[in-house]
Structure formats: C-alpha cells, structure tokens
Design a protein around this ligand. Sequence first.
Ligand code: ATP
Length: 371
Amino acid sequence: MASRTLSKQFARTYATKALKIGLIPGDGIGREVIPAGKQVLEALPSDLGLKFEFTELKAGFELFKQTGTALPDETVEVLQKSCDGALFGAVSSPTTKVEGYSSPIVALRKKLGLYANVRPVKSVEGIGRPVDMVIVRENTEDLYIKEEKLYEKDGQKVAEAIKRITERATTKIGAIALEIALQRQAIRELGGASLHSQPTLTVTHKSNVLSVSDGLFRETVRKLYDSNPAKYSGVQYKEQIVDSMVYRMFREPEIFDVVVAPNLYGDILSDGAAALVGSLGVVPSANVGDNFAIGEPCHGSAPDIEGKGIANPIATIRSTALMLEFMGHPEAASKIYAAVDANLKEDVIKTPDLGGKSSTQEVVADVIRRL
Ligand code: ATP
C-alpha cells in the first residue's frame, strides 16, 4: 500500500496476533448494525492475513436506566488496555435533560483522546450527484467545552457560552487533515476511483466575524501547511467562510476533497453532507486519536425502526473499513469499500431507507458475497 499513509502513525506489529476489537452496540439499532460490522470483519479474505478477536462492551442510555451508569469504567479500561480498535453503534438521546446522564460517546472521545471526527461522504459512481469528500471535525473544543452561564441583566436573562480554540488542538486537527489529504492522493495514485486529481484541503471558518477565535483556527492551519513545503506542496490549500461553504457544498459538492473545521461547523457540515448521498444509513465516521480509532455510523439509535431487522448496515460496514484504515490496514479497508460500492451500484439488495425491501441481514450477506 502507499508508503505515505496514516497507518504508519498507528501501525503496530500484528504479524502473529489477532487484532482485538471492542464492540459497543449501545442502544436501538446499534444492536442490529454492530453485529454486521463483526460479520464483515470475520469474512475478510484470508490472504489479507488478518485475524480478529472481539470483546462485547457495554454503554448507552438503556444501560444508564438499568444501572445508573452510561459508560462503565470497565468499558473504558478494556478499550485502553486490551483493544486495538473499536466499533460503536449508537446511543439514544433523551429529549429532555436526565439528571446524571451524559453521552457515553462524548465521554469516550475525551477519555481516549480521540480529537478528530472523520466523516467521508461519497456517492456511488453513476448514481446521483458526484461527491467524494471527507469532513474532518475537531472534536475536543470550540463551543462544545460547554462553559455556559445564565444571568440577569436589567431584569432580562442573558446566556453566554465560551468558544475556545487553541493552537495546540488546531495544529493536531490540521495535521491529521493534511495527512488524510495525502493518504487519499496516495490511494488514488494506486488506482482508486476518485473525482479529484489533486489533493485539496479546505479550511472552514468565520473569521470575518470571529476574527480572534476562528482567526486563530485559520492562521494555525495555514502556518502548519506553510511550515513543510516538502511534504505539503502537492496539496492545494483553500479557505472558505462557513456560510458560503454550506452554499457551495450543496451547489457543487464535487469540488471538495478534504474539509477541516472547528467542532460546531464540522458538526453542521457533516450532517448536511450526509444529505447529499441519500440516507444517514450509508454514512460512516471514525473518532480518531494518535493511537486509537473507533468506527461509528453517523446515524443515531433510530427507535422508529428498532427491532424490525431493516436497519441499513452500510454506515457501520463502512465505519469498520474506516477503523481498519486508521489501524494501518488500508488493503482490507479498500476491499470492504469496493464490496459496499458494488452492492449500492447494483441497487437491488437494499434496505427500505434506500427504497428497497431487503433486511439488514440480506444486505450483510450481499456485501460479504462481494468481498
Ligand atoms: P437518536 O435519538 O438516537 O438520535 P433519531 O431517530 O433522532 O435517534 P437517527 O437515529 O439518526 O435519529 O434517525 C433519523 C432517521 O433516519 C430515522 O427516521 C431513522 O429511522 C433513519 N435512520 C437512521 N439510521 C438508519 C439506518 N441505519 N437505516 C435505516 N434508517 C435509518
């Protein structure tokens, strides 16, 4: 595979041992799609030389209701001490504040130092609008530090929230976004189909208004890019104000390759981008740190279809491939991507969210058949 890959950052020596994967189904359809990811890993062709050992781990709102804890210490410890990677399904989000409950995936990102949320959004060749982009969202700061306060002034309520951008976190997210741009190019040069002939990084910001905070984000990524021309000169560098980014992403999504954004803009852009490719049920993501990656489908627990056996497993299957990429196994990942693309392209065995009549298991079986 490409010599210049993210995998190097993560690669350990696995020649003789099985990769240990933590499986955290969580709530709702998470319990139906995580087994799909497991089945696909088990079905990978043996010539790839990969073996897996799985550990089921607990987390979620249901667990919180039963035990008072949404993320047991044991889950975190097993992931930290004995897993090479993990798959996370979904958690239900209570619509009103529930005392003592907070999202286990948000906590996991913090505890495991998973500072990047990586979300590839790709259409299938020949179907709909061409899209082939990756949104790289900073995962640890911005308005999500949740430093909010409410007070009264002149008899009226005032709410304030702190938006924190640090040079340290921005440098890390900029670096991983640039690495992803280089890795995508390396894969393209090996013959991977793509809309792009040259890697491009688009930095999203609102520094025309937030000149200090978003200004720091923009300047920091630019400084990083300029600091190593030998490495990054092949990458085109662009900047885009977030509102016009949204407009252009819907008008001409095909021009975007890698997009890097602070936490809030990244959140909004990545859900918007999912709408470009049909269903939440096909969009994967990975939570990535320096030493660990958790694959996670972008959708939630989908209580409306829970237990019906019709959840689309493709977002999870693609998240499994993304996890493998960050663990240093791009060959295995590309086999999975190709099998999924072939299923989507044929457009026959598909779940109801894509207009089909097939079950989760029928889609899994079809993807496995194509591996
Ligand atoms: P949560 O509270 O967990 O966020 P939600 O229903 O508000 O749940 P999603 O789970 O993301 O949010 O679901 C939004 C819509 O997309 C629902 O109608 C759901 O059925 C559909 N959906 C989400 N994921 C899938 C999937 N994998 N397959 C089919 N439909 C899906």
